[in-house]
Ligand binder design. Structure first.
Ligand code: GDP
Ligand code: IMO
Ligand code: MG
Length: 409
């Protein structure tokens, strides 16, 4: 059974926590997009892990994890991360594989990423990890895949610095090399989780272009770049927060304008610890945007939603959510492609009552306060998509399961 877990907003929805939670029942976890721009956090008791490249199933001692074909992998970042796991007592030897068709991020890519950002009149706010350049080189057909690194003819055009860099990591990378399509073909009956990075609105095609990342963070990315075909996907889970966050630049219709101490934005940022895992940047915050979420569901065949960070609203008297946009005097309820339109779109908000009690230790749907259930049910009706998991805290155990995604319907 193949389940895709993807972000349904602008990233940082809690994918790492959810993949880790579901991985207890999976045999293999394949990350299918992005690179070290991602930061996936997993909290188990007093231990906190921040993963950037390594798939989120690695913390279980018996799981195989694969860095998929759609990823762009910086070997320095990868081996740094693995060393960090070793320090925390995680034995990953023999359990981390890398698709031989995955592309590598080289020092020149990181440099050019920063130079291009500095030269842009409207910077994207990239993470500076060389991501867009590595994907660009891939499209130009000048990229370097893992399969190429022991083929001198494929490396002749590289700068000396990039070649020396590969020399440092070649042997260790080759030990992890795998043919992902063949690997999964031989495990047709396995339970496989496909872990997305970024989110639907940062996807190169369906996101808020050009303020996006450069990979396929859409569900289809799991098929094209995760080693299976589109009909191999059994279920798509879209992870979203009770509110919305965004790091980096670009339009964000429900963003709060007030960022002063004591504002709702400052409250949510502090309560939800909304600071980037990769860059430490404060995340921009706003209400949940149901127009954007419904668009993400439709563009990705999301058949189950996963709501996270519901606990962050615990203390609020009331809150709002966006159900339409007002654009040049007209009401619209579809997510526009035009950046100008998205920038001008004013959210039409609907108010909900808060529950004013802690739900952090709630473990069942029935125990949730009525106001919280009303909010979830409204989201389900608006998006026409059931919410099957609800996260009420960062810890692995702070999860409410309404329906296990591993159960075949
Ligand atoms: P990802 O990139 O989608 O994996 O998400 P990040 O790890 O970048 O950001 C999510 C942050 O929220 C992390 O600090 C998580 O530990 C935390 N988190 C995840 N789920 C919840 C939740 O339900 N409630 C709260 N309060 N925090 C959560
Ligand atoms: P996870 O997997 C949030 C954003 C950057 C920037 C834009 C382009 O943790 O959800 P890039 O360096 O990729 O060229 O930057 O994309 N971005 C993310 N925002 N979460 C992420 O990953 C992101 N990965 C990239 O902030 O706006
Ligand atoms: Mg993140």
């Amino acid at each position: 059974m193949n389940i895709v877990v993807m972000g349904a907003q602008w990233g940082d929805e809690g994918k790492g926590k959810i993949v880790d939670y579901l991985a207890s029942e999976a045999g293999v976890i394949v990350r299918f997009s992005g690179g070290a721009n991602a930061g996936h956090t997993i909290v188990i008791g007093n231990d906190k892990y921040a993963l950037h490249l390594v798939p989120s199933g690695i913390l279980y001692p018996d799981k195989m994890v694969v860095l998929g074909t759609g990823m762009v992998i910086d070997p320095e970042a990868l081996f740094g991360e693995l060393a960090g796991l070793t320090e925390k007592g995680i034995d990953w030897a023999g359990r981390v594989l890398v698709s031989d068709r995955a592309h590598l991020v080289l020092p020149s890519h990181r440099r050019i990423d920063k130079e291009m950002e500095a030269g842009r009149k409207q910077p994207i706010g990239t993470t500076g990890r060389g991501i867009g350049v590595a994907y660009g080189m891939k499209s130009f057909r000048d990229g370097i895949r893992l399969a190429d690194i022991d083929d001198p003819e494929r490396l002749v055009n590289l700068e000396a610095e990039d070649r020396a860099f590969l020399d440092l990591y070649r042997d260790r990378l080759l030990e992890m090399k795998t043919d992902l399509v063949a690997f999964l073909r031989k495990r047709r009956n396995a339970y496989v989780l496909f872990e997305g990075a970024q989110g639907a609105l940062l996807d190169i095609d369906t996101g808020s272009y050009p303020f996006v990342s450069s990979g396929m963070s859409c569900a289809a990315g799991a098929a094209a770049q995760g080693g299976i075909g589109p009909r191999g996907i059994d279920r798509v889970l879209g992870v979203f927060k009770a509110y919305t966050t965004r790091v980096g630049n670009g339009p964000f219709p429900t963003e709060f304008s007030d960022d002063s101490p004591g504002s709702l934005q400052a409250f949510i940022r502090d309560t939800g610890n909304e600071y980037g895992v990769t860059t430490g940047r404060p995340r921009r915050v706003g209400y949940l945007d149901l127009v954007a979420l419904r668009y993400a569901c439709a563009a990705n065949s999301v058949d189950r939603l996963v709501l996270t960070h519901l606990d962050v609203y615990d203390e609020l008297e009331s809150f709002e959510t966006c159900v339409a946009y007002r654009l040049r005097g007209k009401l619209i309820d579809d997510f526009p492609a035009s950046i100008r339109d998205l920038e001008s779109a004013e959210p039409v908000l609907r108010r909900f009552s808060g529950w004013k009690t802690s739900i952090k230790s709630t473990r069942s749907w029935e125990e949730l306060p009525r106001q919280a259930r009303d909010y979830v049910q409204f989201i389900e009706e608006f998006t026409e998509t059931p919410v099957s998991l609800i996260s009420v805290g960062s810890d692995r155990t702070q999860t409410i399961v309404r329906e296990s995604p591993w159960t075949r319907s």
